[in-house]
Design a protein around this ligand. Sequence first.
Ligand code: ZN
Ligand code: ZN
Length: 243
Amino acid sequence: MEVTVLGPWGGFPAASEASAGYLIQDKGFNLLVDCGSGVLSQLQKYIAVKDLHAVIISHYHPDHVADIGVLYHGRLIESQVGEKLPPLPIYGHPYDQKGFGELSHRSYTEGKAYDPNKELHVGPFTITFQETKHPVKCYAMRITNGEKTVVYTADSAYLEAFNRLADNADLFICECNLYSDMDGSKMGHMNSTDAAKIARDAGVRTLMLTHLPHFGDLEDLVNDAKQTYDGNVMLAESGYKWE
Ligand SMILES: [Zn+2]
Ligand SMILES: [Zn+2]
């Protein structure tokens, strides 16, 4: 199981980079988790658009879905110049009709509603969900291939429920939009201490801080997290591959 960071930025992409997006691969299956601004460009550094098998979306904020429309264009054009591609399943929650409706484009991409109370099976992966604390409905995900487990918080303020979702995870991709002296509880985001607390209490192997802020010194996020959690802490970085 491999995870490639396509978009480590919160809110909008830094120059030549992307906002939220992660490519998760196992046994030849390519799953894209979130499809933020710039993700389609980053994705093609690793695989062709036609080789994507499924997409899953945490919520419908633009920094997580901005490239859905161009993903449809990519599938359409690759179908026209090559072999007709099957509809690409894009899993999203159905509690935002407009957002969910925009996942389906003719026969090229097909929005599929996940039920956050049930396990979802996509290719070799089993995915379970946890509702987050964010201004709009959003779901964190625990993704496992039966051997390794990756947990992605998507966007959220601190929640104790993440301890269970992230329990013993091999890789914990935790949003960290704020520095430790900033309170994200009303904004629906976490700071580096919040992320580290979950990493410690859940006993994860590696904490990857993501959804990064566009201000301050990012190394401070790591140093602050290390005050609370003594495991492996890293910043998500475009192109970083975890195996
Ligand atoms: Zn976001
Ligand atoms: Zn959001």
